[in-house]
Write a protein that binds this ligand. Structure first.
Ligand code: MRU
Length: 363
């Protein structure tokens, strides 16, 4: 039985990553929602490409697929020299990190794995075969860990939101981008909290933004919500203020690509303006993210590198040009929401005010 199938017995939604030892496939998210097609990932080169082209995306999924592509490649490696293995592992992990620069999960996972390979290489009692086995097993463990973390995030988020809920006891949520099963090993982060609220029968409605220019909301989140039969409505990004004015929104829940030590958060472009609008309308604004998205080495959001994507993501939808030829474009994939706009950061360890994150990181 594949590792992912084992976990999908628990209701977690769509399967974006299919893995069993020696075989890795990812659901091509460029083709969703119209086509469901899995792409084979046979090694690090394929891993880098599917991440860079955004056939797989979402901070946790990027890290897991990148590392699993290395596990897949190592399986065919018959090297008997641990020092060579260690060197190659480091080079390949650094290469994978370069595929997309903002999400920190893959960088932190790479650092952890490089440390592990240093230890295994230095330990004279470890044979090359044992090195390979321990290393691959440690990567495979990321799938389980991510799902466990997401379920804990879902529960903590659901409890905190219900505890602070005012009004009629039913929750109306706004979310941005895609943070569900497609963006993780399963269950999702912000969408995991929404899933938990739905399971608790306290979710009245979800509003999801279209999320231009890549349309993760319209194509992927809407797809997951319809698939899960969660009551939901799609809005375009410029409708957020109108929505908060017209309907009583209980809270906003979004994901994160990197959380700085002071709680500033990088997430899909558009998140910052939603946080500003939420503050104006007194709507609590939550960020749901595992600690694998928290970068203790970065003091504030100012220091987070923001990925800029090709103009064609803005000027074309599929094969169809929608913008006037010759126009200049600016296409940052993420923006920074300052900690002062964030009500709480929902993690697998509980829900924290952004300024409390530091105490946890450096205790
Ligand atoms: O460019 P993307 O689609 O990779 O951006 C994804 C997001 O911004 C998500 O909110 C974030 O990665 C968290 S996914 C659980």
């Amino acid at each position: 039985m594949s590792i992912t199938t084992k976990f999908n017995r628990v209701k977690m939604g769509l399967e974006s990553i299919r893995y069993s030892r020696g075989k890795l496939e990812v659901l091509d998210q460029l083709l969703l929602p119209l086509q469901t097609k899995y792409i084979k990932v046979d090694g690090v080169e394929d891993g880098w490409k599917v991440i860079n082209k955004m056939q797989v995306r979402g901070a946790p999924a990027i890290a897991i697929v990148g590392c699993l592509s290395l596990a897949r490649e190592l399986l065919d490696d018959n090297s008997s020299d641990k020092k060579v293995m260690r060197q190659e592992i480091e080079g390949k992990l650094n290469y994978l990190v370069s595929a997309r620069p903002t999400a920190v999960n893959i960088k932190l996972a790479a650092e952890e794995l490089i440390n592990l390979s240093n230890r295994l290489s230095a330990d004279e009692l470890v044979t090359p075969e044992e090195f390979k086995e321990v290393f691959i097993a440690s990567i495979e463990n990321m799938l389980t860990r991510d799902i466990q973390d997401n379920k804990a995030i879902g529960q903590h988020g659901c409890d905190a939101i219900l505890r602070n809920l005012e009004g009629d006891g039913q929750v109306r949520v706004l979310t941005h981008c895609n943070t569900g099963s497609l963006a993780t090993a399963g269950y999702g982060t912000a969408l995991g909290v929404i899933r938990s609220l739905h399971a608790a029968k306290r979710l009245e409605h979800v509003y999801c933004t279209e999320t231009r220019p890549y349309n993760q909301g319209a194509r992927l989140t809407a797809y997951e919500l319809v698939h899960e039969k969660i009551p939901a409505t799609l809005i375009v990004d410029s409708m957020v203020a109108a929505l908060m004015h017209a309907r009583s929104i209980s809270c906003v829940i979004v994901g994160a690509d990197r959380v700085a030590a002071n709680g500033d958060t990088a997430n899909k472009v558009g998140t910052y303006q939603i946080a500003i609008v939420a503050k104006y309308h007194n709507v609590p604004f939550y960020v749901a993210a595992p600690f694998t998205s928290v970068d203790a080495s970065v003091a504030s959001g100012e220091r987070i590198k923001i990925e800029e994507r090709p103009d064609t993501e803005m000027t074309f939808i599929g094969d169809k040009r929608i913008a006037a030829p010759g126009i200049n474009c600016w296409n940052p994939a993420f923006d920074i929401t300052p900690a002062c706009l964030i009500t709480g950061i929902i993690t697998e360890k509980g829900v924290f005010a952004p300024d409390k994150l530091k105490d946890l990181l450096f205790q």
